[in-house]
Design a protein around this ligand. Structure first.
Ligand code: TXA
Ligand code: MG
Length: 329
């Protein structure tokens, strides 16, 4: 890994979008905000740039990337959309939804980015900075979350900087992201499948489809060599501290990640307390999740106790990320 790059940080704006497009065209790595989390972009057609991207993140090469495009016409040049996929695209793009569809013949996304699969993951982000960069660049940009592989995803430019400074060319700072968890991934297979819960709730997708989303078979998650949504490895998103879920009390020395009214036994002995949403709002909790996990972890507690979060709306994605963070490494 090259760790001696001079990483430029630019505030979002016209000049930054132009600089980002130039760096991408030259094979560089550019971090930029989307509405879900910050992404680390590379030219989707440039295998060498994509190899650098995997190396910069320390990401296993069997874990494929999402191709980001500006509009549906660009998406349809990459993937084949059946009627159901089209309905989802029209209902939710641009937005926090990724669709996994069969590749087109002559799909311009480099093989390395799709890990040899015959499907491709595609998303049209809604964030104006991401849109400006995609328009200025004029092609597809593959972009995983802009963190070291295994760390929690970045919701601020400062998170990207602390993980990747010296390894990438440019960070475009667009301030805090809005959604705070990664996009929901739907596999457009015979029965549409929820491959990753995320920033668009299952409920909203099912309302448009008129059918329930299938769940991936259990072995897809446990078999790390052949995962169905290969990024869904059990110990993703892990902070350094151990994470204790469904906490009904706080043990001495633990930090507390609270949700809603927090009056737990032992609260006074907590080493730190952050509340994802004192009013119990799941959208607010999702937006705060990764930043608060990073902030609590930075204080070096022996463990982070997490209060129960309802398994509905964005709670499904929040609980998914917390369960992964709780898997001991
Ligand atoms: O919100 C997001 O989705 C962010 C922003 C930057 O767009 N990106 C993101 O990318 O979270 P990443 O690389 O951290 O997660 C992409 C996920 C991985 O779990 C990967 O395995 C899955 O998408 N994926 C990519 N291509 C796939 C495919 N053809 N079939 C199944 N899963 C795929
Ligand atoms: Mg990621």
């Amino acid at each position: 890994v090259k760790t001696s790059l001079e990483t430029l940080i630019l505030p979002a704006g016209h000049a930054a979008a132009e600089a980002a497009a130039r760096r991408l065209a030259a094979g560089g790595l550019v971090a930029f905000p989307t509405e879900t989390v910050y992404g680390l972009g590379a030219d989707a057609g440039n295998a060498a740039a994509i190899a650098h991207l995997y190396a910069a993140k320390g990401r296993p090469a069997f874990n494929p990337l999402i191709a980001h495009v500006a509009d549906l016409a660009a998406a349809r040049a990459i993937g084949r959309f059946d009627a159901r996929a089209l309905r989802l695209a029209e209902a939710f793009w641009p937005g926090p939804l990724t669709l996994v569809v069969p590749k087109t013949d002559g799909c311009p996304v480099a093989e390395l980015a799709t890990a040899g699969l015959d499907t491709v993951a595609i998303r049209i982000p809604a964030h104006p900075v991401a849109q400006a960069i995609l328009h200025a660049f004029g092609g597809a940009v593959v972009a995983p979350s802009a963190n070291i592989s295994g760390h929690v995803s970045p919701t601020l430019a400062a998170h990207v900087e602390s993980d990747l400074a010296g390894r990438i060319d440019l960070i475009v700072d667009g301030g805090p992201v809005e959604v705070g968890v990664e996009s929901t991934i739907v596999g457009c297979f015979e029965s549409p499948m929820l491959l990753r819960p995320g920033g668009l709730s299952r409920e909203r997708i099912e309302a448009v489809l008129g059918v329930a989303l299938a769940r991936p078979p259990a072995e897809a998650e446990s078999d790390d060599s052949q995962p169905l949504a290969p990024g869904m490895l059990a110990s993703h998103y892990a902070p350094r501290a151990s994470v204790r879920l469904d906490a009904r009390d706080v043990e001495p020395g633990e930090a507390l990640l609270a949700f809603g009214p927090a009056r737990l036994p032992g609260l006074d002995a907590a080493s730190a307390v952050m509340n994802l949403s004192p009013s119990g709002d799941l959208d607010e909790a999702a937006a705060n999740l990764f930043g608060y996990l990073r902030a609590l972890d930075a204080k070096g507690p022996k463990a982070i106790a997490v209060m129960t979060i309802p398994e509905q709306d964005l709670g499904e994605a929040i609980n998914d990320r917390l369960r992964r963070a709780a898997v001991a490494r």
